[in-house]
Design a protein around this ligand. Structure first.
Ligand SMILES: Cc1cc2nc3c(=O)[nH]c(=O)nc-3n(C[C@H](O)[C@H](O)[C@H](O)COP(=O)(O)O)c2cc1C
Length: 197
């Protein structure tokens, strides 16, 4: 297997943690080291949505690949510097709060700083924002990021595939998210399922 550059994965307090879990599963399957950072609300919503602590998922991931988790307050962690060369960064799910911090360059915690670094180094940055409805503030923040090349990939179901479960919705989203991150292996993935005719 080719040596892969690490992928920074940021997890926030938005809804959609199943997608984050599947993206990390897939990146590990492809052999990418994971540099993980989770906000306080992110850990809480993970627990509420997936009925497990993030630490349990991290322990399971460590059995399958190279996973390092940093404290969101550790602004001296390696991912706070552009000197650490990465494949890019995925923030999934991305709350409107973190989206705003990234859009303004606030760099108020390690996750926002890592995103700021990813932007300044012109590496792929993919945000999976989840909120509905979206206010003009949310939309303007997304637009200002999209204009500088940040990929905005909201977790919208592919209704035309007639998904029968949340798992099927997530299966269809993972390759799209990872392709936006320029993960070459994701482009070769077969379509997860076809609608019945
Ligand atoms: C169960 C639950 C679901 C939430 N879902 C969302 C969401 O989908 N989008 C969002 O922007 N905020 C959502 N929030 C609110 C965020 O967690 C909150 O704004 C938090 O301050 C975000 O902090 P962070 O960006 O540091 O993770 C949710 C909160 C809870 C408790």
């Amino acid at each position: 297997m080719a040596v892969q550059r690490p992928v920074v994965v940021g997890i926030t307090g938005a809804s959609g943690h199943l997608l984050a879990r599947r993206c990390v599963d897939k990146l590990l399957e492809y052999g990418y080291p994971i540099l993980l950072v989770c906000t306080g609300p992110g850990a809480r919503v993970w627990r509420e949505e997936l009925e497990e602590d993030l630490s349990q998922a991290v322990a399971a991931w460590k059995g399958r690949g190279d996973v390092t988790q940093y404290n969101v307050n550790d602004i001296g962690a390696p991912i706070a510097s552009g000197g650490l060369v990465t494949q890019g960064m995925l923030a999934a799910p991305c709350s409107m709060g973190t989206l705003s911090g990234i859009a303004t360059g606030a760099a108020g915690n390690l996750l926002e700083r890592a995103a700021d670094v990813t932007i300044k180094e012109y590496r792929p940055l993919v945000l999976v924002p989840r909120e509905t409805p979206l206010s003009p503030i949310h939309l303007e923040n997304m637009l200002s990021l999209a204009r500088i090349g940040v990929r905005i990939v909201p977790p919208m179901p592919a209704f035309y595939l007639r998904p029968k479960s949340v798992d099927e919705i997530v299966d269809a989203l993972v390759p799209r998210v990872l392709s936006a991150l320029a993960i070459a292996e994701a482009l070769d993935e077969p379509v997860a399922y076809q609608p019945e005719r």
